[in-house]
Design a protein around this ligand. Structure first.
Ligand SMILES: [Zn+2]
Ligand SMILES: [Zn+2]
Length: 207
């Protein structure tokens, strides 16, 4: 019986990339990223891209017309109910969870809600958005495409980076059961809101 080519096997194992989680890289320049890296939004393809710090800085300015925009790191807890029952009814979303943002490509506010197929986007009545903004003037500073108003029926509302909303949507997609998401999805939402709350400072309201 011939010997097993163990040396060759070892060599092959050595040449293979090490096991474990794949290294995340900047989607712009391929630099290696750590777990706490930040993101850009690709406005054309509507997708989130991982980015290193120097690449993010290139796209930090909202006022230049560029394809990519850096996602800021602002987390605010809004005081009082942001959407009342009427506003929820007007939104016409089947679940009590949504994120609202200004879509600059469509030049209007939109509402997204998570579900088994990911995020569903629908137009938000501009009148409804104006009412919300009048009650919470800080929302006039919401940066298009990269910041969102995250709302949950009967809970606090938060101004958050939009990548957080897509992260939540991604987590819910795989756990969604039935019409409203089911128990596991609800637990996921609870944990997510607790984390966002921990990151948030209160909205400063002018009297
Ligand atoms: Zn980069
Ligand atoms: Zn990333």
């Amino acid at each position: 019986m011939s010997g097993f080519p163990l040396a060759a096997l070892h060599r092959a194992a050595r040449d293979r990339p090490p096991p474990g989680p794949a290294v995340e890289r900047c989607d712009m320049c391929a630099a290696e990223l750590d777990g706490g890296h930040r993101h850009l939004v690709d406005l054309l393809d509507r997708r989130i891209m991982c980015a290193c710090h120097p690449c993010r800085l290139l796209f930090a300015d909202d006022h230049t017309h560029q394809r990519y925009r850096a996602v800021p790191d602002r987390h605010l807890r809004l005081a009082g109910p942001v959407l009342d029952g009427r506003a929820w009814d007007e939104l016409q979303i089947p679940v009590g969870l949504a994120f609202l943002f200004h879509n600059s490509a469509r030049e209007q506010p939109v509402a997204c809600y998570p579900g088994p197929a990911g995020a569903t986007e629908s137009d938000l009545d501009p009148g409804a958005w104006d009412r919300i903004t009048a009650a919470h003037p800080v929302l006039a500073t919401l940066r298009p495409d990269v910041e969102a108003l995250l709302v949950r029926r009967g809970a606090d509302a938060y101004l958050v980076p939009i990548d957080a909303c897509y992260e939540l949507t991604g987590r819910l997609r795989t756990r969604w059961r039935g019409f409203d998401g089911g128990q596991e999805a609800h637990a996921e939402v609870d944990a997510f809101f607790a984390r966002i709350d921990g990151l948030s400072r209160p909205e400063r309201r002018t009297p």
